[in-house]
Design a protein around this ligand. Structure first.
Ligand code: GN1
Ligand code: MG
Length: 379
């Protein structure tokens, strides 16, 4: 882990004085970066909120490139949102430069920081209570993909190499098993066996991409439900956040990762595995929303592999958690020693449930595609 030492006040002072700082507080969402809400009192007495974030440079080794991607992507989104008559102050993140004009502040001692607008009067969801919210998340992620469809893909840096290149993830996992740096391998034998038995799944999507049978698009790559901000009044998803992994990828990565998190009937770190199942109702809601928003631009193959991608991305996340457990918790933030193992178990339980429900999931995709994309014969 990085050995940074900082005073939040000093970091705030590196950014322009938007008003008198009246407070700041950490937000504890996300496994990677550190986030604070900073409140300023303006001259007219009103309060303005900003989002201050420390980028985890163990995970993002080239944070300057991350910021170049984020600035390019948010500028593109802003332009599109304005063209579509939307409100760019609420529908996209905006980067606020530091006092020295750079789009970040960094020092060896304090780490790498950036400032964003805080989109007020919104909420995020960590646990769904109804399928409509999930459908709204799908509409948002589908819309996000549409808005970036004409973004110059070659200008994007790969902020984390091979991020969803599952065969590489599997190779890393196997080497973590071999190294057993944490000495905890014995605690994870059933999970290791489970993973090793599924190696052949890893290359399905990447092989299709390599063969030109699946397109490469600008994708978000971390489509967890809590990366959508929902408007307090309309309850619709209005803003997609966490743009650090926007990179060339497959729509299947975004679809699959959304299902992994949102269609799980339990939390990502639930210890009672009997609660972890794939909700077909939520799966259908997401398929409907995603096809409604982005279906026209998806190829037949992208649609045919939607159900598979849910399994793949869940499996991939599972081997990442398990590898981190074996490595000694060097990547994801953890709250207790077995946290990564617990997370890996939920992912694998979900994979097993997806395998059991696979035919039903395929039928849902077929039915939804037939209803929503009436003029196409995909299946
Ligand atoms: C991390 O930071 P957060 O919680 O949005 C991770 C994702 C994983 C996710 C699992 C850069 O996302 O890839 O799917 O945890 N982000 C990175 O919860 O590795
Ligand atoms: Mg993230």
């Amino acid at each position: 882990m990085s050995k940074v030492e900082f005073n939040v006040e000093d970091i705030i002072a590196a950014f322009p004085d938007y008003g008198e700082v009246v407070g700041y507080k950490p937000i504890t969402a996300g496994h990677i970066n550190d986030t604070y809400i900073v409140e300023y009192k303006l001259e007219d007495g009103s309060i303005a909120k900003y989002l201050l974030q420390r980028i985890n440079t163990v995970v993002f080794k080239k944070p300057v490139e991350v910021m170049e991607n984020v600035c390019g992507v948010t500028a593109h989104l802003r332009k599109k949102i304005v063209e579509n008559g939307g409100d760019p102050t609420r529908e996209t993140l905006t980067v606020y430069p530091a006092k020295d004009g750079k789009n970040y502040y960094s020092s060896e001692k304090e780490g790498f920081w950036r400032m964003y607008n805080f989109v007020d009067d919104t909420f995020s969801i960590s646990e769904l209570t109804n399928p409509d919210d999930f459908k709204n998340a799908a509409l948002s992620f589908g819309n996000f993909q549409n808005l970036l469809a004409d973004y110059p893909i070659d200008t994007l840096y790969e902020t984390i190499e091979n991020f969803h290149y599952t065969p590489a993830r599997f190779a890393t996992f196997k080497s973590s098993v071999e190294k057993n740096a944490s000495g905890r391998k014995d605690q994870a034998m059933p999970e290791i066996e489970f993973a090793l038995a599924r190696e052949k799944d890893c290359s399905v999507v990447t092989d299709l991409i390599a063969a030109g049978e699946l397109p490469v698009r600008v994708t978000h790559n971390d489509t967890k439900l809590n990366n959508v901000l929902f408007d307090n009044t309309s309850k619709k998803g209005i803003c997609i956040v966490d743009l650090d992994t926007v990179m060339p990828g497959s729509s299947l990565y975004d679809f699959g990762d959304s299902i992994r998190f949102g269609a799980n009937t339990a939390a990502e770190d639930e210890t009672d595995l009997s609660k972890v199942t794939l909700s077909l109702e939520y799966f259908k809601a997401y398929v409907d929303g995603y096809l409604e928003a982005a279906g026209e631009s998806l190829t037949d193959n992208e649609i045919k592999y939607l159900a598979f991608s849910a399994k793949l991305l869940t499996f991939e996340c599972g081997i990442r958690f398990l590898a981190d457990f074996l490595d000694g918790d060097v990547y994801f933030k953890t709250e207790y020693p077995e946290h990564n193992l617990v997370r890996a178990r939920t992912q694998f339980k979900l994979v097993a449930d997806i395998e059991a429900k696979y035919d039903a999931m395929m039928s849902i995709v077929e039915e939804s595609a037939t209803t929503i994309l009436k003029n196409r014969k995909i299946f």
